[in-house]
Design a protein around this ligand. Structure first.
Ligand code: SF4
Length: 357
């Protein structure tokens, strides 16, 4: 199916080149991008300092709003989940988590995913295509529209805006690095979103060569790695990426990332009873973390999909955290949010793409 390119995907230089091609002044690119990313307009007609003729040229060539809201669910804890339909009729999910004056958004980067992690609903959809940078930016802009339309205020009394981005929705972000890089650069651009690099986190299942590429490109973001297990055999059984790049290779890439960027890396670690939440697993995690500038973000398993896997008891979780903290490793526990609205990645889109669960 043919569809128009999203105007938000274009870099400033690409927009200038297009303007020259259609006999318009290149300096208009800055004005247009201010409308797109600062004013976050919903139609070309709102760009009042752009001539009607140029607005028409843009409308003929580019989509301005490529995502349509299909469903929106609000959890009792304030978490909001969107199901968006893309121009070619696919479905992706976006989640906004409000907490302590911050509005964090978990964005999708692909329609489906090819990584085939055993615990993930998105994996069951298979891979369809990468999202364009403009589509990913629209996920964020749609959340800003929601905050504005519903009267959310920031701590200074102004209209609330998205404060943090986590590339951890549907898809493996590093397999769509060109578009993820564009998104981070647009968000980081002082004239546009002016978002600090520390407020953007790209989370990977462990695509080792792309971690190196992320550093080479100098993408303004932080890195999180879904480690989930310190044991190659178990990790390979639930995350096939580990068969190609086992834990040793992954740690080499993490070390290089830390050395070249001077940043922390966050390890995501799911706690599963008798598997990853045991005294032995805590010891192994300490062995891996102690010599590195890393933080651990532990998540208690969401009981449900697989009847053979269970969440640990609160006491088991406490013992695990205490053991890791005793080794002076920074570990936080992330509480599951939005359970009542199926906020875990892929659950709504999987249903919508005709794969009822
Ligand atoms: S967990 Fe992430 S990387 Fe793994 S299949 Fe799901 S979306 Fe893809």
């Amino acid at each position: 199916m043919e569809w128009q390119r999203n105007i938000k995907t274009l870099t400033t230089d690409e927009l200038k080149a297009w303007l020259r091609d259609v006999d318009e002044k290149p300096y208009r690119a800055d004005q247009i991008q201010k409308w797109l990313f600062c004013q976050q307009v919903r139609s070309y007609d709102e760009m009042v300092n752009i001539s009607p003729a140029l607005r028409e040229k843009m409308a003929k060539q580019f989509t301005l709003c490529g995502l349509k809201e299909d469903q929106r669910s609000v959890s009792v804890d304030g978490t909001v989940k969107w199901l968006f339909q893309t121009e070619d009729g696919h479905h992706i999910e976006t989640v906004m988590i409000p907490a302590n004056g911050r509005y964090s958004v978990c964005v999708s980067t692909q329609v489906g995913c090819a990584m085939n992690c055993a615990f993930c609903r998105t994996a069951k959809m298979g891979f369809t295509r990468n999202l364009e940078a403009g589509e990913i930016l629209e996920e964020i802009i749609n959340v800003n529209w929601y905050l504005k339309d519903n009267g959310f205020m920031n701590e200074e009394g102004g209209v609330a805006q998205v404060t943090n981005i986590i590339f951890m929705g549907m898809g493996e972000p590093l397999n769509n690095l060109e578009n993820v890089h564009r998104v981070c650069c647009t968000l980081h651009n002082q004239k546009l979103f002016n978002m600090g690099a520390k407020r953007m986190t790209v989370s990977t299942s462990g695509v080792v060569p792309k971690i190196k590429e992320l550093v080479d490109r100098n993408t303004p973001c932080c890195l999180a790695v879904s480690l989930n297990s310190t044991n190659n055999e178990y990790r390979s059984s639930v995350m096939p990426v580990n068969k190609t790049w086992p834990i040793e290779k992954l740690l080499e890439a993490v070390d290089e990332y830390i050395r070249r960027t001077d940043n922390y890396v966050t390890f995501e670690f799911v706690l599963i009873q008798n598997i990853t939440c045991t005294p032995k697993a805590a010891k192994e995690l300490i062995r891996i973390c102690a010599p590195r500038r890393v933080k651990v973000n532990a998540i208690v398993l969401n009981d449900g999909d697989d009847p053979t896997l269970h969440a640990p008891t609160p006491e088991e979780v406490e013992d695990f955290l205490a053991a890791v903290r005793a080794a002076e490793i920074q570990i936080t526990i992330r509480n599951p949010r939005g359970r009542d609205i199926l906020a875990a990645c892929g659950q709504l889109a999987y249903k919508k793409e005709g794969k009822e669960c």
